[in-house]
Write a new protein. Structure first.
Length: 249
């Protein structure tokens, strides 16, 4: 999937999400107002229940499914490992409730401090990676993750660390075994393991400071792969006039 098509589908998915999250309630109201159901007691309830209980969530899930699918396709198209798709899936599940919170901005009920308080680390990771893979690698000489093996290893290590923190602090992952497989005991074990894993990853600090450090490492590492090669060699060029001919650097 080319970068332009990836961005186009992402915009389509965002438009679908905004429509169902912010505007669909007005569609429901208009449908009820024009159907004449108010003349017969009890007939408006099924309409409202169908539209708000089935159609609206289906539209939100459709938008999320499109975003997830095109991200997977784009990752594979530019030659990145399938592990990055697993990374995206973890981030997507963990940050899913946050866009619904942003939808409250339409009604004027959302405050900036609420956004900052509830802004998940997973959403920031997702934004960084989604922005990076939108770069038109197919039209440039830049290779995804660059050619520097050390930098690539550091970025992958920081991303893996961030994914583990997200897994440890998101209750939804503990509920999956019970919800999908009916394994209540496994869900209880995972839920009990999550706080211990989180404490181990944060070295008992109990906050996401190291997670934000990992986010910064990933963001800076990915950004440097997009810089022209000449800029990366600039320190050597600047030191050249001060080096004696034949001297060691």
């Amino acid at each position: 999937m080319f970068a332009g098509r990836y961005l186009w589908w992402m915009l389509i998915a965002m438009a679908i999400f905004l429509f169902f999250a912010m505007c669909f309630d007005y569609v429901t109201w208009a449908t009820v107002a024009t159907s004449g159901c108010a003349r017969v007691a009890g007939t408006c309830g099924p309409i409202i229940l169908t539209m708000t209980g089935s159609m609206k969530p289906a539209g939100v899930y459709l938008a999320g499914g499109i975003m997830l699918a095109v991200t997977f396709v784009r990752i594979r198209y530019i030659g990145m490992s399938w592990l990055w798709s697993a990374f995206v899936l973890i981030l997507f599940i963990a940050s899913a409730p946050f866009p619904l919170l942003l939808a409250n901005a339409w009604t004027g009920q959302l405050k900036p401090e609420t956004v900052l308080t509830n802004l998940p680390l997973s959403f920031l990771f997702l934004v960084v990676l989604g922005t990076y893979i939108g770069w038109s690698f197919e039209e440039s000489t830049v290779k995804p993750l660059g050619n520097n093996r050390i930098r690539s290893f550091v970025v992958k290590l920081a991303a893996a660390y961030g994914a583990l923190i997200v897994l440890a602090e998101t209750p939804a992952f503990a509920a999956f075994p019970a919800r999908l497989l009916g394994l209540q005991s496994l869900s209880a074990d995972v839920a009990a393991l999550q706080p211990k894993l989180y404490d181990a990853l944060t070295f008992g600090a109990g906050n996401d400071t190291l997670g934000y450090v990992a986010l910064a490492v990933v963001a800076v590492g990915l950004a440097t792969t997009l810089l022209p090669a000449g800029i990366l060699r600039m320190p050597a060029w600047l030191s050249h006039p001060f080096m004696l001919p034949g001297s060691r650097r």
